[in-house]
Design a protein around this ligand. Sequence first.
Ligand SMILES: Cc1ncc(COP(=O)(O)O)c(C=O)c1O
Length: 411
Amino acid sequence: MPTQMDAEKLRRDFSVLARKKGAGVPIYLDSACQTLRPKQVTDAVAEYYESYPACGGRSVHRFATEVSLRCDAAREKVAGFFNADGPNEIAFMKNTTEGLNTVLFGSGLKSGDEVVTTDYEHNSIHVPLIQLARTKGVKRRTVKSADDGTFDLNAFEELVTKKTKMVAMCLTSNVTGHTLPAKEVVDIAHANGARVLLDAAQAAPSIKLDVRALKVDYMAASAHKMCGPSGVGLFYCRSDLSDGLGPLIFGGHGVTDISVDSFNLLPAPEKFETGLQNYSGIIGTGAAIDYLDMVGLDEIRSHEIELNKRITRALHGISSVTLLPPLDPNLRGGIFSFNIQGLTGHDVAMILDNSRNIMMRSGMHCCHSYFRAHGLDGCARASVYLYNTQEEADIFIEAVAGLARSVPRRR
Ligand SMILES: Cc1ncc(COP(=O)(O)O)c(C=O)c1O
């Protein structure tokens, strides 16, 4: 696990944290939304605009060749990061949502087909499934979480049948931080002939994901939660499945043999990358992968859990502070979601921002169905990452405890 010193050292790479203490340095606890970006990433993005700001894969001049080579290198890095079989299994998209939608709408689900999912999905799976039910009659089967907030593997196994065409699930919840047992889920799904789509938006930043060992079929993540630029999605599609998966959008670059009334799609990944791409973002993503490899995912994960244990130990005993389960910080990675009696999540986030320079997320976190099912209006969520320190955790603890004490208790 990185020591406190390591996190202190890494902080120097992040310009918003590298200011002198007391000079308005924020305590950034919103990494589950977007992480901060190290200089290595912002330099790579700036280099694109300053040195070869052209279009890849089309023009034949030197700038364009440089862009193509750098984008190819970034794709290789992402493929290596997920242990994909090769770079063609990785497509760059705009975010996780686009990857998830590509599979849900592009794999030919039809009336009566069943998709098994969880009761804590982000809207990026939840909403497409409602739309598929409305427009195609696709049925959703939902695994109810266990009372302790963990994924119920037995309940899952009972729901998966030969009617199940797809298992579409959030690997790590952005609300509770809980990670489901992916290998078991994939094995059960495959034994029933179903394909598996994993939403790895929250898992990929700190859990080593080996798509070949997992045997997962499709996976989506977002570079902006992994020290990469905003607006870059990482999409994995196993090579033997890509011919059967259609793109979401059609146009230039993803097609060939175009005549007056016909065209053919190029093979993956090109067919998923229609139109001019986010080259600076893709190149910056390559730098982000290098950065995460340099720090080490296992080290990041242990660091998150150590900080979360410290926060949980200090705040869990306060009666007006309610923690969203699971309670064990080992099961929650870097996520600490909570409510303070008498305040909304937005109240908590705004007060801590204004009074202590602590930045968190609040509300329903695009998981409205989870909160509605639990009768909650939302929550405040603190999420730690590789650059957060014990000192910051202690300031957060003191701020939350102080705020909880200051609110008159309801009888
Ligand atoms: C679990 C989970 N899935 C999907 C998403 C959607 O990611 P994006 O907005 O990058 O598409 C998020 C974003 O917070 C998330 O946390």
